[in-house]
Design a protein around this ligand. Structure first.
Ligand code: 5RP
Length: 220
């Protein structure tokens, strides 16, 4: 069986009646959503907050009831994928470009669960390019700043055009390869005007469910 499927489905078992559930984005969380839709057919009652237009489309097709983040006090549990995870349960997200809403939903959640296959587990973050969401008005200046900082930036292009996020920003991917000091990099990126958000998720996740060789590993 697919390791993403195993991890995604397992996470759905953490959902209880009456919960507000944050729904992440990506191919692993897709399996969580499919399992949730079966559970709804069996009588589960939940409401979900979506992290992207693609997740909204899937949730609507699967009959998962959605609410706006602003209409809920707190989210009980958020289940999301990740692009890289290290042994401290810090990670990189945003491969699909949904990092801003994913982070906003995660930090509004009591519990954050990541579902990944074992290919996402790394000793050091950074081989996966770090996505940074930026204001289009100043993207070229931010790009130059990142070049000057030796962060190897590349503007994300999709089908020959600038990739545009759900909140109408651009993405600059940083090809850093080895992020030696994730906490410092986080602070630096947070301090640059025009940076809306970045895909470094530090001290945000509680549990990682890893699908590996047709079985599961759960790390808290
Ligand atoms: C989207 C993300 C995804 O969660 C991440 O890319 C993992 O996706 P997948 O489960 O398809 O590997 O951060 O912005």
């Amino acid at each position: 069986m697919d390791d993403k499927k195993i991890a995604g489905e397992r996470a759905a078992e953490l959902i209880r009646d009456g919960m507000i559930v944050g729904l992440g984005t990506g191919s692993t969380v897709y399996y969580t959503m499919k399992r949730i839709s079966q559970m709804l057919e069996n009588g589960l009652k939940i409401k979900a907050v979506s992290t992207s237009s693609s997740t909204t489309t899937i949730a609507q097709k699967l009959g998962i009831p959605l609410v706006d983040l602003n209409d809920v006090g707190k989210i009980d549990i958020t289940i999301d994928g990740a692009d890289e995870v290290d042994s401290s349960l810090n990670g990189i997200k945003g491969g699909g470009g949904a990092l801003l809403y994913e982070k906003l939903v995660a930090i509004s959640s009591e519990k954050v669960i990541w579902v990944v296959d074992s290919s996402k587990i790394v000793n050091q973050l950074g081989e996966f390019p770090l996505p940074v969401e930026v204001i289009p008005f100043a993207y070229n200046h931010i790009l130059t700043k990142f070049k000057d900082m030796n962060l190897n930036p590349r503007l994300r292009i999709n089908n020959g055009d600038f990739f545009i996020t759900d909140s109408q920003h651009y993405i600059i991917d940083l090809y850093i390869n080895k992020i030696e000091y994730p906490y410092e990099l986080e602070k630096t990126l947070n301090s640059i005007p025009g940076v809306v958000e970045h895909g470094l998720f530090i001290n945000i996740v509680d549990t990682v469910i890893i699908g590996k060789d047709n079985s599961l590993e759960i790390v808290n």
